[in-house]
Design a protein around this ligand. Structure first.
Ligand code: MN
Ligand code: MN
Length: 478
């Protein structure tokens, strides 16, 4: 008995209909191990990069291992940049731009993959330490879009920098080592939560209520009024040489004290803090580290402040990117630099705005349009437009550019899918794409779909993570 022959209608159907397939069913058998191997490196990156500053220093470390040098460091030994040179420029320890100089001149345009290093978290206020009820607590102001109730009764770590009065900078990271203490935001016991449980979820835990439990032992001295606070100040002074005023010039971030873990009995997913957007940072970074001798100059741009609107001199709205590009432009040509050259570079450049999307979650089907939602492990997600309420605030990629990227992924045999963030009028969001587009660059959002985005423990599919890397790599090669 042979196979039943396909009817004419079935043949036509197969030819004309579109449906993204699950990537595991499409990729070659020997590629499956590469998917798993790649994600081991990613988990290490997540554990080492809990803040934007740590993300940048880890990026520098990995880049230098692959022969990248700081731009000013390299320019001490040569006058001009040439094809194949691998350089990076750091922006105030919170952002970084890496480039591999292409065979073609910069004025032919560059290929940019842009992602963001900042992650929603809880920042300490500038005057954080107080005591009450025999314990010491820290006042905070959360950063980015968090669901506050998710941050209670969870082990938390403290990371950041303190700049002392003499200008010396102290790095702090407490809560990552298994022997470290951790911190916590307390929550009410259910027995006494009758009023709390009647509140809306947005009000059950308030912003001012996100106080960090930091200590509970007094300094033994009856003359001192705030003995519990003094004990903590004394410990901080002994360990870090800092006093209370030093917190004024500090950036201290409270993040989950969790390590990245495999999720699922089949280990097909990665759970961790900060997939948004370190999953795109890491995959874009690995892609540029593997970009040998590209035709067009390859640029990996990892920025800060996306979660609060991309403003400031470390966000995508900063002039940093244009200024570095202008410098590279000058360093790659013998023609005296003029502003029109930068305009040409920008106008001919292309960008993948590498950011995450929301995977269809079967536990919350009501917020997704299933026909346009991305799915776990169906590959890298192309998002044509973002925004909310009638595409307001959207960067809407041109059909021509979406077509180009679609063709590139198809030709490179990379599983990909189209994906919109939720149902119309359900909510929405933005990325750095709109600010890249304002620079006269063709740009489309393109990243990894997540479960539990912005939660202390987000989930990404391993196949999607690896395909993001392959997609950015293919873009650099194109
Ligand atoms: Mn993001
Ligand atoms: Mn985000």
């Amino acid at each position: 008995m042979g196979k039943q022959e396909k009817s004419k209608g079935q043949q036509l159907w197969d030819e004309l209909k579109y449906e993204a397939k699950n990537g595991w069913e499409v990729i070659a058998e020997d590629e499956k191990q590469q998917v798993f191997d790649f994600c081991e490196g990613y988990k290490t990156f997540l554990d080492r990069a809990k803040t934007e500053r740590e993300g940048v220093s880890e990026t520098i470390r990995l880049a230098r291992e692959k022969g990248f040098a700081a731009l000013d460091e390299l320019m001490r030994t040569k006058k001009k940049l040439s094809a194949g040179d691998k350089v990076y420029v750091v922006n105030r320890e919170k952002g970084i731009m890496l480039a591999v100089i292409g065979k073609k001149g910069l004025t032919e345009g560059v290929h940019i993959v842009g992602a963001h290093m900042d992650v929603p978290r809880i920042d300490l206020k500038q005057n954080p330490i107080y005591e009450d009820g025999g314990v010491v607590l820290l006042k905070t102001h959360y950063y980015g879009g968090i669901k506050k109730y998710q941050w209670t009764a969870l082990p938390l770590a403290l990371h950041g920098v303190v700049v002392k009065n003499d200008g010396q900078k102290v790095d702090i990271a407490i809560g990552e080592d298994d022997n470290d203490p951790v911190f916590c935001v307390t929550d009410l016991l259910p027995h006494l939560a009758r009023d709390q449980m009647q509140k809306k979820m947005t009000e059950g835990i308030t912003g001012e209520g996100l106080n960090i439990l930091f200590g509970s032992m007094p300094y033994q001295d009856d003359q001192v009024k705030e003995k519990f606070k003094l004990n903590i100040l004394n410990l901080l002074h002994q360990k870090y040489g800092i006093g209370e005023e030093d917190f004024i010039s500090a950036e201290l971030e409270i993040v989950p004290a969790l390590k990245a873990r495999d999720v699922g009995l089949d280990r097909s997913m990665v759970g961790g803090y900060g997939h948004d957007d370190r999953v795109c940072c890491y995959t874009a970074l690995q892609a540029i580290l593997a970009a040998e001798q590209p035709e067009k100059t390859a640029v990996c741009l990892l920025v800060d402040k996306e979660e609060v609107g991309s403003m400031g001199n470390t966000g995508m709205q900063s002039r940093f990117f244009e200024d570095v590009l202008a410098e590279m432009c000058q360093l790659t040509t013998d023609v005296p630099y003029n502003h029109l050259m930068l305009s040409k570079v920008l106008g001919r450049s292309k960008c993948l705005s590498a950011d995450v999307s929301a995977a269809f979650d079967p536990s919350y089907p009501e917020v997704h349009d299933k026909r346009n939602a991305p799915f776990m492990n169906k590959g890298i997600v192309i998002t044509k437009y973002t925004g909310a309420r009638g595409k307001a605030g959207a960067s809407d990629a041109h059909a021509e550019f979406v077509g180009e990227i679609r063709t590139l992924f198809n030709d490179s045999k990379i599983p990909w899918q189209i994906g919109a963030l939720g149902k119309v009028d359900q909510g929405g969001g933005g990325t750095i794409a709109q600010f890249v587009a304002n620079l006269n660059i063709d740009v489309v959002d393109c990243g990894v779909a997540l479960f539990s985005m912005h939660a202390p423990f987000e989930i990404a599919g391993k196949l999607d993570i690896y395909m993001a890397y392959k997609a950015y790599h293919a873009f650099y090669k194109a």
